[in-house]
Design a binder for this molecule. Structure first.
Ligand SMILES: NC(=O)c1ccc[n+]([C@@H]2O[C@H](COP(=O)([O-])OP(=O)(O)OC[C@H]3O[C@@H](n4cnc5c(N)ncnc54)[C@H](O)[C@@H]3O)[C@@H](O)[C@H]2O)c1
Length: 262
């Protein structure tokens, strides 16, 4: 049984009547999370800068009997994020859950080799995108009676990650911002938590995992003995977005196959 089969078998309709926005849901972790929200009853806004990829996710959801719509968005652009929230409320009438998950970062760049343009774009998409998502979703969530925000951080925010300076800084900001949003908006019914994935098999890691030696070296550091799957993260995101985690806010939970403790 795959992790996806296990998740499907335990599907509990936790999001019936709810509306979820997932950024970066044309691919990888975001796609899997969007499918999982839809499987559990949510109407999903599939938000991504890549419209054909987002459309494929929507088709997958609809083929399985779910409800979803495409939103083309650059999460670093405030007008586009405002439009994303407007589209959500116009289309589905409310907003209950936001998964801030899109990212961009140059690979293999220690700070002395990172251009200012690469730094700025990494911060704009990976950190400012989370800020803008929170800023514009929170009023719509309050109007819907409260909501839950789940940000995708990374183990790279919690331990040194080689040759990844801008990304590490942006993800560290995501962890701090998660606490700040939780603190400021808890009293009006908004919870905000983050998930910190370790090595997950997605298009983003495909190239590095295709090399058998690199794969063996990387997975050898994981206590569970395998790379993570997008479903491993989607399961944690749905928990943090659901009432099951009603007493949790401001937290970053690590889902990394035991990497950080080894
Ligand atoms: N895969 C891993 O091992 C891993 C580990 C730790 C953290 N993460 C985090 O998980 C999240 C998802 O990563 P993934 O591996 O699924 O990546 P992915 O490359 O498979 O998917 C990223 C998606 O984000 C979209 N995107 C890029 N720039 C965007 C923008 N400006 N606006 C809107 N959408 C944009 C892309 O089109 C793509 O569909 C990211 O936040 C990443 O940092 C991944």
């Amino acid at each position: 049984m795959t992790a996806s089969d296990v998740a499907a078998a335990h599907s509990r309709n936790r999001f019936a009547g709810k509306v979820a926005v997932v950024t970066g849901s044309g691919s990888g972790i975001g796609r899997e999370t969007a499918l999982a929200f839809a499987r559990e009853g949510a109407a999903v806004v599939v938000a991504d800068i890549d419209t054909p990829r987002a459309s494929r996710t929507v088709t997958e959801i609809e083929d399985r009997g779910g409800r979803a719509t495409v939103c083309t968005v650059d999460v670093g652009d405030e007008d586009a994020i405002r439009d994303m929230v407007d589209l959500t409320v116009r289309t589905f009438g409310r907003l209950d859950v936001l998964h801030n998950n899109a990212y961009w970062a140059p690979l293999n760049r220690p700070v002395t080799e990172t251009s200012i343009q690469e730094w700025d774009r990494t911060i704009a998409v990976t950190l400012t995108g989370v800020f803008l998502g929170c800023k514009h979703a929170i009023p719509a969530m309050i109007a819907s009676g409260g909501g839950a925000i789940v940000n995708t951080a990374s183990v790279a925010a919690l331990a040194a990650s080689p040759r990844f300076g801008a990304y590490v800084a942006a993800k560290g900001g995501v962890v701090a911002l998660t606490r700040s949003v939780a603190f400021d908006y808890g009293s009006v019914g908004i919870r905000c938590n983050a998930v910190a994935p370790g090595l997950i098999e997605t298009p983003a890691t495909e190239a590095v995992l295709a090399d058998p030696e690199r794969r063996a070296w990387l997975t050898g550091k994981l206590i569970v003995g395998r790379a993570g799957q997008p479903t491993d993260i989607a399961n944690a995101v749905l928990y943090l977005a659901s009432e099951e985690s009603a007493f949790m806010t401001g937290q970053t939970i690590v889902v990394d196959g035991g990497r950080l403790i080894s």
